[in-house]
Write a protein that binds this ligand. Structure first.
Ligand SMILES: [Fe+2]
Length: 285
């Protein structure tokens, strides 16, 4: 269970010590929790390395992704700057890792917590599953799936062929717009890396973040000049957009003891609920 977070700016959030969630690491780091699943430990974090930091090779207890916003990381013998990315599946070994002082990253965990073990004798050592990319060397490719209007470009980071789970960079060209509302059967989360856009939940600028559960409507997008808008986006399955136009929300009821113009209730959004509570049936909406 992750709450519907839409929309926050990371600067509004507190810093926490990151060392407890970076086991076997040497060095100082701090983190902001953008989204957290308290049931299984999945998380989307912004991490800053306050000092030089390093860790031996090993394996994570969660599918883990790093994306370098600024600074430098060294993975085994490979040094990557801004745009460096890796995906390390749960239980798959990865090489030693270093981050230089001042490096800023996005760190994602899925299907598990922050556990990390040295890998010397672990049977799950599968180096071929580890994926390392310099996204600055990748070309933007036009998004060619049906649905969105032309003007979106993608750099694929990782896709699970069995579940459809995928992570990608998306660039909306300057002036791109789509005034429909969309919803889809997978979750969608995004951190804005650069540029800006406005949409139904507010303004997306560098450092804004949302985690949107499946089926939540969103849209009315307008990407701004001169840079458009760029995000790192993740979804937990194949994304098929369903579109709504001419939308309207009707809330009806008889005010018994209040003035509906000045004292009327707000319409609630999707509430935060854990797995045991089950789905909300909409009663009282
Ligand atoms: Fe979407």
């Amino acid at each position: 269970m992750r709450p519907h977070v839409e929309l926050i700016h990371e600067d509004d959030y507190i810093w926490r010590p990151a060392e407890p969630e970076l086991p076997l690491g040497e060095g100082k780091a701090k983190q902001r929790n953008l989204s957290l699943d308290e049931e299984d430990g999945s998380a989307s974090l912004r991490v800053d390395f306050v000092s030089a930091w390093g860790r031996p090779g090993g394996f994570h207890h969660a599918d883990t992704e790093w994306y370098v916003l600024e600074g430098e990381m060294t993975v085994g013998d490979t040094r990557l700057g801004k745009g460096g990315y890796f995906h390390a599946p749960k239980g798959a070994a990865m090489p030693s890792l270093k981050a230089s002082e001042g490096t800023r990253i996005l760190l994602y965990r899925e299907f598990g917590d922050w556990g990390f073990d040295a890998s010397a004798k672990d049977a799950a050592f599968k180096r071929e599953d580890f994926r390392l990319i310099d996204t600055e060397a990748q070309d933007w490719l036009a998004v060619d799936k049906p649905g969105p209007k032309p003007g979106l470009f993608i750099k694929m980071l990782h896709q699970n062929p069995e579940t459809g789970f995928y992570s990608r960079l998306i660039l909306a060209a300057p002036g791109w717009d789509d005034h429909r509302l969309a919803h889809h059967p997978c979750y969608e989360e995004a951190y804005t890396i650069g540029g800006s856009m406005d949409y139904n939940f507010g303004d997306l600028v560098e450092g804004t973040y949302f985690f949107r559960p499946a089926w939540v409507k969103h849209g009315h997008f307008t990407s701004h000049e001169p840079n458009g808008c760029t995000w790192l986006i993740r979804s937990d399955g194949e994304l098929t957009n369903f579109y709504t136009t001419n939308e309207r929300v009707i809330a009806e009821g008889t005010p018994e003891n209040y003035d509906p113009e000045t004292q009327g209730p707000v319409i609630t959004g999707i509430p935060v609920r854990s797995k045991s509570a089950g789905a909300w049936d909409g009663d009282g909406r």
